[in-house]
Ligand binder design. Structure first.
Ligand code: NAD
Length: 321
């Protein structure tokens, strides 16, 4: 993807971000190779049935043989490494989380070096920090996460920096805060702002797992996708950091309730606080100083909360039609 369209391998390519990043890249003429486990994605295409600009390889990122075969066959110049177990599933099976999130990333980085892939993008998270007392949080705030998901993300961040400094890999990493998204998995309790707005739209009541005064750094889905594509295309010389923590706006539970009630005055809710969620989210910063991202690669989120809510309700309406 340097100057002219090339070939991008997206691990987790059938996931929420993978699908959207893939669409965006295809619009730019990039050939997209999606790698994801069988049974994910709607229109499955296997390695032998590829069209010109999209291929789906069904497999497990732990299968280094298949990854090698994929690299040999498609010779990607960029990797978007998005395959991951998320926080709940990581805690539910810590062995598998380490294998999928950490060990498989190590194998993929070695293949990236061997096949001379140009750029390697990795999606990290605010969950890679533990409790953050300061707000706005500075970019180099120490990362001491309390859950295994965060631990695996840091492991990969550090591996990426090792391959960058020792072996010249063009490793790039963004850490995302809480994401407001119509695709927030039902099981993800930390995605309560997205779930609450969906409940309001469906004229259902909602139970918040956190108290009204909790606020957290947040970003809208479209800005996540845009940032991944824009950042990965940025000039390497302009990037002064190995990883950038992004922030769009501070979102409190009260703001979510007000936004829901503004459009659906009958929206009913209550709070049933889940201690672990309150502790986790309460420990996250409500703002992050991301001036360096703005300066280095012109990061500029397009969505404030009001615009995010408008877009979210439009997406819910489109889904319902
Ligand atoms: N959406 C968010 O809130 C958010 C925030 C910060 C970071 N991230 C990171 O962004 C990336 C993408 O997130 P998402 O929201 O699209 O999640 P997602 O769960 O929708 O996508 C992850 C994809 O990885 C695939 N996958 C899981 N295990 C695999 C395996 N063993 N082999 C191959 N594929 C496998 C899944 O099938 C899924 O399609 C993840 O790395 C996630 O940690 C997401």
């Amino acid at each position: 993807m340097t100057g002219k369209p090339g070939t991008a391998l997206i691990t987790g390519g059938n996931g929420n971000l993978g699908r959207l990043v893939g669409e965006r890249l295809k619009e730019q003429g990039v050939r997209v190779i999606k790698f994801d486990i069988p049974g994910t994605g709607s229109s499955q295409r296997v390695m032998d049935q590829s069209d010109d600009n999209e291929v789906v390889v069904q497999g497990d990122v732990r299968d280094v043989g298949l990854l090698r075969e994929t690299m040999e066959r498609y010779r990607p110049d960029t990797i978007f490494h998005l395959a991951s177990l998320l926080s709940g599933s990581s805690e539910a099976d810590i062995q598998m989380a380490w294998e999928v999130n950490a060990s498989a990333s190590f194998q993929l980085m070695q293949l990236a070096m061997e096949f001379k892939v140009g750029r390697f993008f990795f999606a990290s998270t605010l969950a890679s920090y533990g409790e953050v007392e300061e707000s706005p949080m500075v970019q180099d705030f120490p990362q001491w996460p309390s859950n295994l998901y965060g631990v695996t993300k840091i492991a990969v961040e550090r591996l990426g920096v090792y391959f960058k400094l020792k072996h010249g890999m063009d490793f790039r990493c963004l850490r995302f805060p809480l994401v407001l998204s119509p695709f927030a998995p039902k099981a993800a309790v930390t995605a309560y702002p997205s779930h609450a707005l969906r409940a309001a739209f469906n004229q259902s009541s909602f139970v918040f797992p956190v108290s009204a005064n909790i606020s957290v750094s947040t970003i809208f889905l479209d800005d996540v996708v845009d940032s991944i594509v824009q950042f990965t295309a940025a000039d390497r010389d302009a990037l002064t950091q190995h990883a950038y923590s992004l922030h769009a706006y501070c979102l409190s539970t009260t703001m979510v309730i007000d936004a829901a009630r503004k459009r659906f005055p009958g929206f009913e809710y209550r709070h049933e606080i889940i201690g672990s969620v309150e502790e986790l989210i309460g420990g996250w910063p409500s703002a992050i100083d991301d001036e360096v991202a703005k300066k280095d690669w012109e990061w500029n989120p397009a969505y404030d909360f009001e615009k995010s809510v408008m877009q979210l309700f439009q997406m819910f309406s489109a889904e319902a039609r």
